[in-house]
Design a protein around this ligand. Structure first.
Ligand SMILES: Cc1cc2nc3c(=O)[nH]c(=O)nc-3n(C[C@H](O)[C@H](O)[C@H](O)COP(=O)(O)O)c2cc1C
Length: 263
């Protein structure tokens, strides 16, 4: 994609990106990550080349390259910036993709956890289909969600009509509702909640909507790296205030409210 590929929507603290997996390839990423010490978990997100004739083969190469290096792999079938990629979320295509990815994982030396990252633009039937497929596999979890192609929360604002995926604050409500709706469909399968977390309150809401862990990205543009500490301190305070010992005791306490749009 030619630049510019990244746009801020300052009014809403949103971001639109159409990066399109611009990177130097598996080998270059491997060299950079090899030997790197990370204080927590190193996740590697794998995808497919835009001009690939066989998307599934690209994911398999990603598993083979990173299985022994990453703490977990994310199978990203939800970027809106690689045409056709999101079709891999559909029934048969997803079944085939996960079949090949998980059999490549089974052949690697390490049993690296594999998570599937989905779009917030799936409707209820789309989520039903994903759940049906993944519950038949030994996938380790889901990441909900990637960016959205919808523009409802930012319509009319500066940069809102740029092509790409919308993230940050304006993604929070949709991605959190989707998270809860997915939680309703997958029992206790681990889910990472992502999308629009920008404060201790929104971080807490992800857990209440059914997330076992959270990630945030766009909010760092507006809130700086200090946000990480603020979120962690806020979560500790919320756990104490509710007389709990651990955030896991708050996981899923508001799934139905979030799923049905009452929050
Ligand atoms: C500039 C940019 C690049 C991104 N690239 C990827 C990517 O390569 N793979 C992926 O799975 N998600 C990618 N994402 C999506 C984020 O990981 C995340 O799912 C999304 O931004 C929602 O979270 P947030 O609102 O906290 O940013 C990207 C997001 C942004 C803003």
């Amino acid at each position: 994609m030619p630049p510019p590929r990244l746009f801020r929507i300052p009014e809403a603290e949103g971001v639109i990106n159409r990066m399109g997996f611009n990177n130097a390839g598996h080998d270059a990423a491997f060299e950079r990550l090899k030997g790197l010490r990370v204080p927590a978990a190193l996740g590697v997100n794998i995808g497919a080349n835009k001009d690939s004739t066989d998307f599934v083969a690209d994911y398999v190469l990603g598993v083979q390259r990173f299985a022994d290096l990453a703490d977990y792999l994310t199978v990203n079938v939800s970027s809106p910036n690689t045409p056709g990629l999101r079709n891999l979320q559909a029934d048969e295509a997803l079944r085939r993709l996960l079949g090949e990815v998980l059999s490549a994982r089974a052949k690697a030396r390490t049993r690296v956890p594999v998570l599937l990252k989905i779009a917030p633009d799936l409707d209820l039937a789309g989520m039903d289909a994903v759940a049906r497929v993944i519950l038949d596999t030994d996938l380790d979890g889901l990441i909900v969600s990637n960016t959205t192609i919808s523009r409802d929360p930012v319509s009319g604002m500066e940069n809102a009509s740029e092509t790409g995926g919308l993230s940050g604050k304006p993604l929070f409500a949709l991605s959190t509702q989707r998270l809860a709706q997915v939680r309703q469909r997958v029992g206790s399968l681990p889910i990472v909640g992502v999308g629009g977390v920008h404060s201790p309150q929104t971080a807490l809401a992800k857990f209440e909507a059914g997330a076992d862990a959270i990630q945030f990205y766009s909010a760092l543009v507006f809130g700086g790296l200090d946000l990480l500490d603020r979120v962690k301190r806020g979560l500790v305070a919320a756990v104490r205030a509710q007389g709990k010992r651990n955030i896991s005791e708050l996981v899923g306490t508001k799934v139905d409210d979030w799923a049905e749009g009452r929050l």
